[in-house]
Write a protein that binds this ligand. Structure first.
Ligand code: WT7
Length: 655
C-alpha cells in the first residue's frame, strides 16, 4: 500500500536551546513524563492556570463522541480570569496592552484600567438586554476596545463572533445571520496603510434591506467606537457611540460564574475552500489550554517579558494568543493597529526596538515578505531584546526559518513552529523552547498532554520516515465543540474519515522523520500525484524558496497527459535578485534546481514568475485559483482573496 504522501526533502541542521534559556525555562522536559496520563495532566493544568468559582471534579466526559465535555461540573468566569484576579493579586499597575496605532499614536493600558473598562462595557451590554448565550458580533480594528469588547461579551456569558475588519459587508452579513447576533460592536473606521478604512458603513450595508433579502432581523443595537474620525450615518434608535455610554456606565460589575462548557465564542473559518463554518469554542477547557500553551511555548515570565503576537483579533491566533492566553497569564503585550509596512517597511522592527519586545509570534507569509525586501531593513533596528520567536499558519520552509533565526533572532533565539487550527483552539504541536533541539522547517513534537499521529488512509500509524495524514488520537481541552447550528457537518467534516478509530482528522498531510519528529506538508487537498508519486506542496515550495532568487513560491498539480498531474510553480522573486539580474532563463534554472534539491520527479513542468501570489485575508495561498490558471480554466471564486486584482495580473502574466 502506498503512503498518502511521499517525502523527499532532507534537513540536517539542529539547534539546541541556549544554556541560560534552558536553565530559566518555564517548560521543562519533565512535562512529557507528567503527561503520561493526559487527563491527570490536564486537570493539573486547569487547576494551576484558572481560578475556578466552583472547582471541577470531572475531567473529561467522552461518553458521547465526538462531543467532548471538559471539567464539566466546574464553574468560572473567563474575563475574571483574564482581568480582575490579576488586580486582586496586586498586579493592577502592570501594563496589559502597549498599544500602537498605525499613525503612531499610543496608549498604555494597565490591568486595573482594562478591568474597569470591561466592567463598564459589560454593564452597557446588559443595558442592551444581552443575556448569557446571546451572540454579539465584533467588527473592529486592532484597538484596545477590540480586546475590551471580547472580554466584556465573555464576562456577561454572551458569545462573541469576531469578524475580521477586512471582510466585506456581505461576509459580515452572512456571519451575523448565521450566528443570529443581537448586538454589533464596531468602529467608524480604523487605520490601514496610512488611510482610514471605514467599518461602520459596512455594518450599515450588512444590516440594510438589500437585494430583496429584507433588513437584517436579529441585530438590535450597534455600539460604535470613534477611531477613524470618518463621517458615518446614524440610526439613533439603533446606534450608540461607545464614548457616550461606556465612560458613563457603572464601573461595578461582579463577574458571574458559568459552567466550564458554557459557549465562549464562535469564529467563522474563512478557509481556502467552501462555505464558512462557525467553529464553536467553550470556556474552561479552552482557557486552560490557551493559557498553558502560551506560557510554555513562549516561555512567558510575565513580570519581565514583553510579548507581541502580530495576528489580528479576527483570527483564532488573535483570540488565543492576543486575548485569552496572554491575559489569563497576566502578560504585558504589544497590540499594533496597522500593516507591517506602514508608513515604512521597518515598522514592525521599529516597534520591537521601541518596546523591547522579548517574544514575537508571526506567520511565515510575513517572514517571506520581509525576506523579499532584504535584511538591511530589520538590521537597522536593535532587535537584541528578542529571546523567543514563533511561527504559525503555514509550513515554514527551512530557508525562511534560518532567515528568521539569523536576521531577526540574532542567531540565538529559539524558534517555535506551532501547528494548530481554528478548530483545535490552541497549539497542538510545537517545540518547547528551553527543551527541544529545533530543526528548521519541522513543527516537531506534540505538546505535553496532546496525542497526535501520522496515519495512512486506513488509519494505521505510518512509522518514522514516512508520510501520511495528521490526526489527533485523543480529545484535548481546547478542541472545537461543534459547528454553530450544524452538528452533522461537524461530525462529517472532522470525524467521519477515521470513525473506526475515533480520530480527529485535521486535513493536513504530515510526515515523521527518522527521529519521529513531525513535518507539516500542506493541505491534503493540495497534494499532487505525479506518475503515482504523491508530492507535497510544502516540500517543493521549500526547495524553490531555497534558491537565491526566490522570495515566495506556490506549486499546484495540473492535469498532464503523461504523468497524470504535473507540478506547476508560481514564484515571486527577491528585490535584491532583480536589482542585480535579469529573470531571463531563471525558470529553467529553477526547474533544474528543484530537480537537484529533491529529485527529478519533483521538477516543475512549468515555472511562472509572477509579481504576487493569491492569498486569503489571513495570508494563506489559494492554490485552487492557481490550479485554474495552470490548467487554462477560467479562474473560480475569488471572493475570499485579500486582493481580488492579483488573479487578473497572474492570468495575464501566465498568458
Ligand atoms: C491550518 C489552520 C492556527 C492559527 C492560524 C491558522 C496550517 C497552521 C501551521 C504550521 C504548517 C500550519 C494548517 C492548518 N497551519 N499552523 N505551524 N505548520 N501548517 O489557523 O486558519 O484555522 O488554519 O493552517 O494547514 O490546518 P487556520
Amino acid at each position: 500500500m502506498t503512503n498518502p504522501i511521499d517525502h523527499l526533502l532532507h534537513e540536517n541542521r539542529r539547534f539546541a536551546p541556549p544554556e541560560q534559556f534552558a536553565a530559566d525555562a518555564v517548560a521543562t522536559a519533565d512535562l512529557y513524563a507528567r503527561a503520561a496520563d493526559p487527563e491527570v495532566f490536564w486537570a493539573e493544568r486547569a487547576r494551576e492556570t484558572i481560578d475556578w468559582r466552583t472547582p471541577f471534579t470531572e475531567v473529561l466526559d467522552w461518553s458521547n463522541p465526538p462531543f467532548a465535555r471538559w471539567f464539566a461540573d466546574g464553574e468560572l468566569n473567563v474575563a475574571y480570569n483574564c482581568l480582575d484576579r490579576h488586580v486582586d493579586a496586586g498586579h493592577g499597575d502592570r501594563v496589559a496592552l502597549l498599544w500602537e496605532g498605525e499613525p503612531g499614536d499610543e496608549r498604555r493600558i494597565t490591568y486595573a484600567e482594562l478591568t474597569d473598562e470591561v466592567k463598564r462595557v459589560a454593564n452597557v451590554l446588559i443595558g442592551f438586554g444581552v443575556e448569557p448565550g446571546d451572540r454579539v458580533a465584533v467588527y473592529l480594528p486592532m484597538i484596545p476596545e477590540a480586546v475590551a469588547a471580547m472580554l466584556a461579551v465573555a464576562r456577561v456569558g454572551a458569545v462573541h463572533s469576531v469578524v475580521f475588519g477586512g471582510f466585506s459587508a456581505d461576509s459580515l452579513r452572512a456571519r451575523i445571520d448565521d450566528a443570529g447576533a443581537k448586538v454589533v460592536i464596531t468602529a467608524d473606521g480604523g487605520y490601514r496603510k496610512g488611510k482610514v478604512s471605514p467599518l461602520k458603513p459596512a455594518v450599515d450595508a450588512a444590516l440594510a434591506d438589500r437585494g430583496g433579502q429584507g433588513p437584517q432581523a436579529s441585530v438590535e443595537r450597534v455600539l460604535v467606537v470613534r477611531r477613524g474620525g470618518n463621517d458615518v450615518e446614524w440610526m439613533p434608535e439603533r446606534d450608540v457611540w461607545w464614548h457616550d455610554v461606556v465612560p458613563a456606565a457603572s464601573g461595578d460589575h461582579e463577574a458571574p460564574a458559568f459552567e466550564a462548557e458554557h459557549p465562549l465564542f464562535v469564529l467563522y473559518t474563512s478557509g481556502t475552500t467552501g462555505r464558512p463554518k462557525g467553529i464553536l469554542h467553550t470556556s474552561g477547557g479552552y482557557l486552560t489550554q490557551s493559557a498553558y500553551t502560551h506560557r510554555a511555548v513562549f516561555d512567558l515570565h510575565p513580570e519581565s517579558d514583553v510579548y507581541w503576537c502580530t495576528a489580528d483579533v479576527g483570527w483564532i491566533t488573535g483570540h488565543t494568543y492576543v486575548v485569552y492566553g496572554p491575559l489569563a497569564n497576566g502578560a504585558t503585550q504589544v497590540l499594533y493597529e496597522g500593516t507591517p509596512d506602514s508608513p515604512h517597511p521597518g515598522r514592525w522592527w521599529e516597534i520591537i526596538e521601541k518596546y523591547g519586545v522579548t517574544s514575537f509570534y508571526t506567520a511565515p507569509t510575513a517572514i517571506r515578505s520581509f525576506m523579499k525586501i532584504g535584511r538591511t531593513v530589520p538590521q537597522s533596528f536593535d532587535l537584541s531584546s528578542l529571546r523567543v520567536l514563533g511561527s504559525v499558519g503555514e509550513p515554514i520552509n527551512p530557508e525562511a526559518w534560518m532567515w528568521y533565526r539569523e536576521v531577526i533572532g540574532g542567531g540565538t533565539a529559539p524558534i517555535v513552529d506551532t501547528w494548530w487550527q481554528t478548530e483545535t483552539g490552541a497549539i497542538m504541536i510545537s517545540a518547547l523552547p528551553g527543551v527541544t533541539e529545533t530543526k528548521p522547517g519541522s513543527a516537531q513534537v506534540p505538546m505535553p498532554g496532546i496525542s497526535v499521529d501520522v496515519v495512512d488512509e486506513q488509519g494505521q500509524h505510518v512509522g518514522n520516515d514516512a508520510g501520511g495524514l495528521l490526526v489527533a488520537t485523543k480529545p484535548w481541552p481546547s478542541m472545537l465543540r461543534g459547528i454553530w447550528g450544524d452538528p452533522e457537518r461537524f461530525v462529517e467534516t472532522y470525524w467521519e474519515k477515521f470513525a473506526a478509530q475515533g480520530y480527529y482528522f485535521a486535513g493536513d498531510g504530515a510526515r515523521r522523520d527518522e527521529d519521529g519528529d513531525i513535518w507539516l506538508l500542506g493541505r491534503v487537498d493540495d497534494v499532487m500525484n505525479v506518475s503515482g508519486h504523491r508530492l507535497s506542496t510544502a516540500e517543493i515550495e521549500s526547495a524553490l524558496v531555497a534558491h537565491e532568487a526566490t522570495a515566495e513560491a506556490a506549486v499546484v498539480g495540473a492535469a498532464d497527459e503523461t504523468t497524470g498531474q504535473a507540478v506547476v510553480a508560481f514564484v515571486v522573486l527577491k528585490q535584491s535578485y532583480l536589482d542585480r539580474h535579469s529573470p531571463d532563463g531563471l525558470a529553467k534554472d529553477l526547474r533544474v534546481w528543484v530537480g537537484d534539491q529533491i529529485g527529478p520527479i519533483a521538477r516543475p513542468r512549468d515555472v511562472y514568475i509572477v509579481g504576487e501570489l493569491p492569498k486569503t485575508r489571513s495570508g494563506k495561498i489559494m492554490r485552487r485559483l492557481l490550479r485554474d490558471v495552470a490548467e487554462g480554466r477560467e479562474v473560480g471564486d475569488t471572493t475570499t482573496l485579500a486582493d481580488a486584482a492579483v488573479m487578473n495580473v497572474i492570468s495575464a502574466q501566465v498568458r
